[in-house]
Design a protein around this ligand. Structure first.
Ligand SMILES: Cc1cc2nc3c(=O)[nH]c(=O)nc-3n(C[C@H](O)[C@H](O)[C@H](O)COP(=O)(O)OP(=O)(O)OC[C@H]3O[C@@H](n4cnc5c(N)ncnc54)[C@H](O)[C@@H]3O)c2cc1C
Length: 389
């Protein structure tokens, strides 16, 4: 392995991907890496970053050009996440900057021209910020149990309820909200876009959390909030189906963030092992440390290769829900093990706020919970093992 990061180069490695890598690397070095510590302290990303990322052509990647996107597919998004994290960004930066990748896809898929003009185009241009609100204080993994109610009243829906743990919730100009418009259970759920400034819609507490400090997280509440019925995304009662369909991509994004974070932790650990002396020799010369690094490289490579293979299969239209769940769990498990060892190799420095690995260590923990927990991924896998009697 000649690459100083210990990374084995792999596809997607065409010319187009190579140019994209270079452009993300330059953008990250200039606009992200020098500022992450400040954003972590501030508890949010600046709006200007969204505008800059849009101007650099990064925000619209993975979205069709006819809705204001930059085109490209999941492999292009993968390149963006890999380079952003390897260049000194973080999964927290990805969560805050790319929240639109969970807030917009339902709107794009339904394709209502007015909704595309009002929500999709300005967000992909970096002028507005969107969020997705599914989770409630009493309904997380069990999405079908959500209680936020939207009752039709003439040309409006009247919304009442509470959402929690909402990424970019404090900054969002609009929120794609999962609401109950019908019967109990998954068939009664719809998606409704609620805009900032709607009377009765308030952003409650900003939640302080373990990791992803630069990505604001909020509680949202709705008290008789009147929302135009034209903001309904797709037909009433199709919300659950839409949410599940787009979960696949969110889970793959998190899997990519996980192995990319593992790779960054490995890069940092290798650099430190080469620089640090103990007992008259470099850490990198000690068999125990060498084997730790070898194991970290193995875990990272295996996760990356598996996730990439699943992304490739997704792009051919195969039903890979089981493999997507396996990809998330594989990459998250690799990430947790690798960041833990990377911190250990840094010694006391690894516990210091000033040390980048400390941030990845905290951020990594969230990946096993967001986008569907490890246990829920195992449920998805078990459901497809033919276990029924
Ligand atoms: C930083 C952060 C950002 C987030 N951003 C968003 C966002 O933007 N939008 C949004 O809607 N949500 C968001 N979430 C919420 C996230 O999706 C939920 O936290 C997650 O789905 C789990 O739900 P819960 O917290 O209610 O846990 P619960 O569902 O209460 O689960 C608690 C524990 O029980 C386990 N469990 C639950 N059901 C089962 C089962 N059937 N079998 C075995 N074990 C089970 C879970 O795996 C978990 O370990 C975010 C969360 C975090 C931490």
């Amino acid at each position: 392995m000649n690459d100083p990061s210990g990374r084995t180069p792999r596809a997607p490695s065409g010319e187009e991907h190579r140019l994209l890598r270079e452009s993300v690397r330059a953008f990250t070095a200039r606009e992200i890496a020098p500022h992450v510590a400040d954003w972590e302290r501030a508890g949010e990303l600046p709006r200007a970053l969204h505008e800059k990322a849009a101007a650099a052509g990064l925000l619209g990647i993975g979205f069709p050009e006819d809705v204001g996107g930059a085109g490209g597919d999941l492999f292009h998004t993968m390149v963006v996440i890999e380079e952003l994290i390897e260049g000194g960004g973080s999964s927290g930066v990805c969560a805050g900057l790319f929240t639109h990748t969970i807030a917009l896809p339902h709107i794009v898929a339904v394709g209502d021209p007015s909704q595309v003009d009002r929500f999709v185009r300005p967000t992909l241009a970096g002028r507005t910020i969107g969020a997705l609100a599914v989770t409630e204080p009493d309904a997380g993994s069990d999405v079908a149990a959500l209680r936020t109610r939207a009752v039709r009243d003439g040309d409006h829906y009247v919304v009442n309820g509470t959402k929690t743990y909402i990424t970019s919730g404090a900054r969002a100009d609009f929120v794609t909200v999962a609401v109950r418009t019908g019967e109990p259970g998954h068939r009664g759920i719809s998606l409704l876009v609620v805009e900032k400034g709607t009377p009765g819609f308030t952003v409650g507490r900003r939640l302080e959390k373990l990791g992803w400090w630069c990505s604001d997280t909020a509680e949202l509440s709705f008290a008789d909030a009147r929302v135009p019925a034209t903001n309904l995304v797709g037909a009433a009662g199709t919300g659950f189906r839409q949410i599940v369909a787009h979960f696949q991509t969110e889970r793959l994004f998190m899997a990519i963030e996980a192995y990319a974070t593992a790779q960054r932790a490995l890069t940092l650990a290798i650099a430190w092992a080469k620089a640090r002396q103990a007992f008259g020799a470099r850490l990198a010369d000690k068999p125990v440390v060498r084997h730790k690094l070898a194991e970290m490289a193995r875990r990272t490579d295996v996760a990356r290769e598996y996730v990439r293979a699943v992304v490739g299969r997704t792009l051919t239209g195969e039903d890979v829900a089981r493999e997507v769940a396996m990809a998330k769990n594989t990459a998250v498990e690799a990430c947790r093990a690798v960041v833990d060892e990377a911190l250990q190799i840094h010694g006391g420095l690894g516990c210091m706020r000033e040390c980048e690995i400390e941030r990845h260590y905290r951020d990594a923990r969230i990946l096993a919970i967001g986008g569907g927990t490890t246990e829920i991924m195992n449920e998805v896998i078990a459901d497809r093992l033919g276990l029924e009697p």
